[in-house]
Design a protein around this ligand. Structure first.
Ligand code: SF4
Length: 160
């Protein structure tokens, strides 16, 4: 059965180890701006929310990509970007409702969580268990969707 990343913002201490682990794994440098996971913090409210690609079933990025650069991994279910096919039009950035696909000008690459091929480094290095990688059973998927909806509403309020 496929596995999914689960978030528990109540456990997140905003240490941002996940960002460092992610950027080092993918880019061989400790540079949070190229991390595929981002920790959003509201200091006055004491809230930190780690956010990364939700690997949507009907993924808007996949649908909108005109060059076929995005595909779904048979092994992990992750949506993968093929940099050879990518034409950097950035349509996937515009299409993602959560802002979980980004672009790095320094390397001219689209950045998106690929689940590290099935061994997510953010999970490995999170000291508080705020990010876990669990079987995608019905209950966990429902929980994930509920959280995603909450984050979407929260972000909408912050933007207003
Ligand atoms: S490593 Fe864990 S506790 Fe630290 S910021 Fe990331 S998700 Fe939060």
């Amino acid at each position: 059965m496929a596995k999914v990343l689960m978030l528990d913002p109540e456990k997140c201490t905003a240490c941002r180890m996940c960002e460092l682990a992610c950027s080092f794994f993918h880019e061989k440098e400790f540079r949070p701006s190229v991390s595929r996971i981002n920790v959003l913090t509201w200091e006055s409210d004491g809230i930190s929310v780690p956010m990364m690609c939700l690997q949507c079933d009907a993924a808007a990025c996949l649908k909108v990509c005109p060059s076929g650069a995005l595909s779904c991994s048979k092994e992990t279910g992750a949506l993968i970007v093929d940099n050879e096919k990518c034409i950097r039009c950035k349509m996937c950035l515009s299409a993602c409702p959560f802002g979980n696909t980004t672009y790095d000008a320094a390397t001219n690459k689209i950045l998106k969580c690929d689940l590290c091929g099935g061994d997510p480094q953010c999970v490995k290095f999170c000291p508080s268990g705020a990010v876990t990688y669990v079987e995608a059973m019905k209950g966990t998927l429902l929980k994930k969707k509920t959280y995603a909806e909450k984050f979407k509403e929260l972000l909408r309020e912050v933007k207003q």
